[in-house]
Design a protein around this ligand. Structure first.
Ligand code: BES
Ligand code: ZN
Ligand code: ZN
Length: 488
């Protein structure tokens, strides 16, 4: 353990020290010496178990943060967010130094460890209660400047860079939290597209919003059908980030389901917890976040983000089950269930990508089926792809970032029940393996693209947790996509 007396700046009032059980006795001895506190007490009090916190005061506030045996980088981040959240009113006013012990942060993971700690620390100050009138504390202060990391000097040069990246990712994730958490009367298809436009203008990437008239002209009739019962027009947003480069850059298209509220339409949902369906644009929010993050991090990739957006409403004008609609790609679709609306708007999105962008890789993210939640719970997104390499890469990024994916099959069997007597395909299959038949439906619109992956994120983009009890956004997908794109 480095000499803390010497290294912790005199104006830091709070020191956070992540520790694992490895070399703990030695580290606590060094700590006790540095801060002139009773060693025996520390040794008996703190075992560095997962999420264990021990604080004491010795001129500064010292917080020992237990990480457990062999913690993963994303777990360290999670613990940090938890700790910071539980004490955020106090920490908001503090000047904080993290002390990293190089006995368990080896050089190759140090950058990621600092980035993970810093960004998760910042995330803890996200304000879920923005719309409360008596907004208790204005916590969203500029933090990054107040965070520092005390580590062995030979690694010191990368700290600023890691904090800068952490700041960008935390800001983007907070924006995604807002997009997903804001209710449908505040964030609708139009205001959503405006937010994407603002981001593009600010961070230097193209954002083109197609409005209803253009959507009609282009023949995106599936998007229009879902929108039919609404008084709010649909939007179709195309974002493009293209850095200047001598080399030919990989071309990737991300597509997100942007249903700002899903009542189910005429095939109406049970009202029990229907309000969760304000989160039905979480796939699109992750795509918007990924575009902003990639532009701000200046990653070497030619990236597109496609967001078809509408709500799915009930009214006398709403599309009815049995309607047969011609998609953008030309296939006719029989709408059996208006609650299977996500695949309809994504089909037009995929059609647009296949025809106008021709990317090397297509990844779509959608809160698509309850069936996927039945299969995988809240632990992982369902991943559907026929491309082994893409599957492996997304799997690896999921393991690294903690935004996990688990591959589910795209076998022919699952497409069989989508056969329609009257149209090319119907939007509802057999009442089993619903996540897979939804994926098969989408596959029809990819023009047999060789590197397409569909991520069903219904179970992972919003959840109950220590930060909120009424389902709140996780920003799932942002880190997964950034990691995937960084490793292209
Ligand atoms: N938005 C829902 C899926 C969903 C459910 C997302 C729970 C998040 C949490 C989607 O549009 C939907 O309604 N899917 C139906 C499909 C069915 C009608 C084939 C479902 O999963 O029940
Ligand atoms: Zn639905
Ligand atoms: Zn939906």
């Amino acid at each position: 353990m480095i000499d803390l007396q010497e290294r912790v700046n005199s104006d830091h009032d709070t020191v956070i020290i992540p520790l694992t059980p490895k070399d703990l006795e030695m580290n606590l001895r060094a700590l006790a010496n540095s801060f002139s506190v009773n060693e025996d007490f520390l040794q008996s009090e703190f075992k560095a178990e997962k999420k264990e916190i021990h604080s004491f005061f010795a001129k500064k506030k010292v917080i020992l943060m237990g990480l457990g045996e062999n913690p993963k980088i994303h777990e360290i981040g999670k613990f940090c967010r938890s700790l910071a959240f539980s004490q955020r009113n106090k920490l908001a006013k503090s000047k904080i130094a993290f002390v990293l012990n190089d006995s368990f942060f080896e050089e190759n993971v140090l950058f990621d460890a600092i980035e993970s700690l810093a960004s998760n620390f910042l995330l803890a100050f996200y304000e879920l209660g923005k719309l409360k009138t008596e907004n208790t504390d204005k916590l969203n202060i500029e933090f990054a400047g107040k965070l520092s990391f005390v580590i062995d000097t030979k690694f010191y040069k990368n700290v600023e860079k890691a904090i800068e990246k952490a700041k960008i990712l935390a800001e983007v994730q907070q924006k995604v939290f807002d997009l997903v958490n804001l209710p449908a009367n505040v964030l609708d298809s139009v205001t959503f597209s405006e937010k994407m436009q603002e981001s593009g203008t600010k961070y230097g990437y193209e954002v083109k919003v197609f409005h209803k008239e253009e959507i009609e002209k282009m023949g995106m009739n599936l998007l229009l059908a879902v929108n039919q019962g609404s008084h709010i027009p649909p939007t179709f947003t195309v974002m493009e980030y293209k850095p200047k480069s001598e080399k030919k850059l990989p071309k990737v298209a991300l597509l997100g389901k942007g249903v700002t509220f899903d009542t189910g339409g005429v095939s109406i949902k049970d009202s029990n917890n229907m309000y969760f369906m304000k989160c039905d644009m979480a796939g699109a929010a992750a795509v918007a976040g990924a575009l902003e993050a990639v532009a701000r991090l200046k990653l070497p990739v030619h990236l597109f983000g496609i967001v078809p957006s509408t709500d799915n409403m009930v009214s006398s004008k709403a599309v009815v089950p049995s309607a047969i609609v011609k998609s953008y790609s030309g296939l006719s679709v029989e709408i059996i269930d208006t609650d299977a609306e996500g695949r309809l708007i994504l089909a037009d999105g995929l059609g647009y990508i296949a025809k106008n962008i021709e990317p090397d890789v297509i990844i779509d993210l959608a809160t698509l089926t309850g069936s996927c939640i039945m299969a995988l719970g809240y632990a992982a997104a369902g991943m559907f792809t026929q491309n082994e390499e893409l599957a492996q890469k997304l799997y690896n990024s999921g393991q690294k970032t903690g935004e996990k994916v688990w591959r589910l099959p795209l076998w022919e069997e699952y497409g069989a029940s989508l056969k329609s007597d009257m149209a090319d395909i119907k939007n509802l299959g057999a009442p089993v393996a619903g996540a897979a038949s939804a994926a098969k439906f989408l596959e029809k619109f990819t023009q047999k693209h060789s590197a397409w992956a569909h991520l069903d994120v219904a179970g992972v983009t919003f959840t109950d947790n220590e930060f909120g009890s009424q389902r709140n956004a996780t920003a799932y997908g942002v880190r997964l996509l950034i990691d995937y794109l960084e490793n292209l």
